[in-house]
Design a protein around this ligand. Structure first.
Ligand code: NAP
Length: 254
């Protein structure tokens, strides 16, 4: 399966500190396919470092950095380059959500979500893409969209706006970078059982409503995202540009 082999590749994966989280599984998956990982989060990354290194034999560099702060973006790239000497893959997975009725939604909750999910995702992608171009690397960028890249959702206006925009700028980057051999795509996870969605599962009515619409009949688990991530990070997706790939148990079809 050479098409999916990531040996010799280096991937930055943002937001991989939480064991049930999508970034944790994606980092593990890319390492299982042979990549060394530079993982980013605010909190301690020693658990995932141990898991990746013991399960896969690949290297894991933990970079503790707050993606709310623009000044940290260069540091992330510099730390990955200092450790590994190259970067081939950027997975923009870190994301936050703030819930409140739209009539009361605060400017602070708007700004925080837009900064992490969109503004600094854009800037980190731009910086990494410049590195790819300058070094003639046919790099891969994987953004994290959402079902709320398609739908409005309820009580999460800044999240919905940010995820619609993530789908949009994925296509914008594609249009300018595909000819340089750089693939920019996104994964749109469906309803995945992580910390981010815990309040939905705790609400019996919302939980039942969500489950009844998922043709697969279950919430997704973080491991369900590994396959799409390996595909979009590997040679197998060399002619896939600007796609938003749903991994949603069929949600968008129902
Ligand atoms: P999660 O379990 O809450 O994990 C979020 C990750 O992002 C954590 O590792 C967190 O680490 C990191 N993070 C948050 N704010 C950060 C910041 N300011 N700086 C650096 N790292 C930060 O969430 P998840 O459900 O796995 O979500 C991952 C991505 O998938 C997000 O973009 C989310 O919008 C998207 N998504 C999730 C679902 C779902 O159903 N779960 C569906 C669609 C899309 P620290 O707290 O340690 O910083």
């Amino acid at each position: 399966m050479d098409l999916f082999n990531l040996e010799g590749k280096v991937a930055i994966v943002t937001g991989c500190s939480s064991k049930k989280g999508i970034g944790y599984a994606v980092a593990e998956g890319l390492a299982e396919a042979g990549a060394d990982i530079a993982g980013v989060a605010r909190s301690d990354l020693s658990e995932i470092k141990k898991a990746v290194e013991s399960k896969t034999g690949q290297k894991f560099l933990g970079i503790q950095a707050d993606l709310m702060e623009e000044k940290n973006l260069d540091k992330i790239i510099e730390a990955a380059l200092a450790e590994y000497g190259r970067i081939d893959i950027l997975v923009n997975n870190a994301g936050i959500i703030r819930r409140d009725p739209i009539l009361e939604f605060s400017a602070a909750d708007w700004d925080a979500v837009m900064t992490v999910n969109l503004r600094n995702l854009f800037l980190l992608t731009q910086k990494t893409a410049n590195y790819f171009v300058e070094n003639e690397i046919k790099g891969k960028v994987i953004n994290t969209a959402s079902m709320l890249s398609y739908q409005g959702g309820k009580f999460v206006p800044s999240y919905t706006a940010s995820k619609h925009a993530v789908a949009g700028i994925t296509k914008s980057f594609c249009n300018e970078l595909a000819a340089k051999g750089i693939n920019v795509n996104a994964i749109a996870p469906g309803y995945i059982a992580t910390n981010n969605t815990a309040p939905l599962r705790e609400d019996e009515e919302r939980n039942a409503g969500i489950l009844s619409r998922i043709p697969a009949g279950r919430w997704g688990q973080n491991d369900d995202l590994k396959g799409a991530a390996i595909f979009l990070a590997s040679k197998a997706s060399d002619y896939v540009h600007g796609s938003i790939v749903p991994v949603d148990g069929g949600w968008l079809s129902s």
